[in-house]
Ligand binder design. Structure first.
Ligand code: ADP
Length: 379
């Protein structure tokens, strides 16, 4: 497999560019705008919306295999292409239980994986009694198309929930779940090959603010048992889905040391960006290896520790933030990855910086992550 079609042209596809070049793989991207980051590294681009399956038919003519950097696709329409022999990796059946958060939770629960308690809002008859049984806060989530906390609302009491539900035109597109007063949030990247081999990256700690990932500490400072719980979840999930490619798994570590699944991304993930600079095989190289039918690479860290800080937009601007980027890049063992987006908006992921550490020191890693942020964000 030499020509990989990628549905989506954002930074996740852009970061496949280097890996593709090293593997001798061509990337052909389907993305709506010529300003999207991956257009610059793609051999060819089909300009169309992510969910435009007619465009994916054209992408398929140019590619040996099609993969995803964005899962908000039209699965029903793509399945017609799959029936005509188009090769999707991961296969569409591995995506279909995941695209709706309610279906995803049901799938994970039915696999016996630990998840927060949840229910769909469409069951109006049961809603009143279920609401009475809830203890607050709860989390109201949009079932589809949520990302970076869009469509996730933490609700403190019954009156606020009823008020919020009354504002929502189509309640059936929401689910409600218990709020987990987590000790920390974790994530793990795992990859599965065409032959069913599974490799798992070091479990990391992710730190969110306003539901958006700000910092990642690799590896997470957790017990062996917690690492094993996380790895077991990854194995069970990828094998059950017969997934091919990289998957990102977001986890909650509860105060009593249990690991629960929050969310699955059927693609490379922000929590795995540290792997570009800190691991033997980056998540992007790994994903391409898997979808091209190659043996998987070594996911280990080649340094004792690494941190990754997202460079999130904090204003509306067209600045390229040269000064801050240079200051960040001047930090020893730091690499700045700048996605070359044309405009900054609050919360938009503009880039990230990874710093490798020479010793395993979680407290120092945390402090350094905050120090990087104080360079990036205006005080
Ligand atoms: P998205 O798909 O937008 O990333 P998530 O469901 O992952 O949304 O939620 C984003 C963040 O919101 C999580 O990382 C976590 O900090 C918080 N969150 C989500 N669900 C819960 C929950 N059930 N309990 C506590 N916090 C939650």
């Amino acid at each position: 497999m030499k020509r990989v079609g990628v549905i989506g042209g954002g930074q996740l596809a852009w970061m496949m560019g280097d890996a593709a070049q090293k593997l001798g793989v061509e990337l052909i991207v389907q993305t709506p705008s010529k300003f999207d980051p991956a257009v610059a590294i793609a051999q060819d681009t089909v300009f169309a919306a992510i969910d435009d399956a007619k465009a994916t038919e054209i992408l398929a003519q140019k590619s040996d295999v099609i993969t995803f950097e964005n899962e908000f696709v039209d699965l029903d329409a793509l399945s017609l292409l799959a029936n005509q022999g188009v090769c999707f990796r991961p296969r569409l059946e591995a995506l279909s239980p995941l695209l709706d958060k309610y279906h995803q939770r049901c799938y994970l629960r039915d696999l016996g994986l630990p998840v927060p308690q949840f229910f769909a809002v469409d069951d109006v008859e049961n809603l009143a009694s279920q609401l009475e049984a809830l203890s607050f806060p709860v989390v109201l989530k949009s079932r589809r198309h949520g990302y970076d906390g869009q469509g996730t609302f933490i609700i403190q009491d019954l009156a606020s929930l009823q008020q919020k539900l009354a504002q929502i035109a189509n309640q059936s597109q929401f689910l409600i779940e218990e709020f987990i007063p987590f000790e920390r949030e974790l994530a793990v990247i795992a990859a599965r090959s065409v032959n069913g081999e599974v490799v798992i990256y070091p479990v990391v700690e992710t730190q969110q603010e306003q539901q958006v990932c700000r910092r990642v500490i690799a590896p997470a400072d957790i017990t062996l048992n917690q690492i094993e719980q996380s790895q077991a979840i990854a194995h069970t999930l990828l094998n059950s889905l017969e997934a091919v490619g990289v998957f990102g798994i977001e986890l909650f570590l509860t105060k009593d040391g249990q690991v629960l699944v929050n969310e699955i991304a059927p693609r490379t993930h922000n929590s795995g960006h540290f792997s570009i600079d800190a691991c033997e095989t980056s998540q992007f190289a790994q994903h391409l290896r898997a979808v091209c039918g190659l043996p998987l690479g070594n996911p280990s860290l080649h340094c004792p520790m690494a941190i990754m800080v997202n460079l999130l937009g904090y204003e509306n601007s067209e600045s390229d933030y040269q000064t801050q980027r240079q200051q960040l890049a001047a930090i020893p063992q730091a690499t700045v990855h700048w996605y070359n987006k044309t405009a900054s908006r609050p919360g938009r992921k503009l880039g990230h910086v990874t710093v490798l550490l020479d010793e395993y020191n979680p407290a120092a890693a945390n402090n350094l992550a905050h120090a990087l942020e104080s360079i990036w964000y205006p005080s």
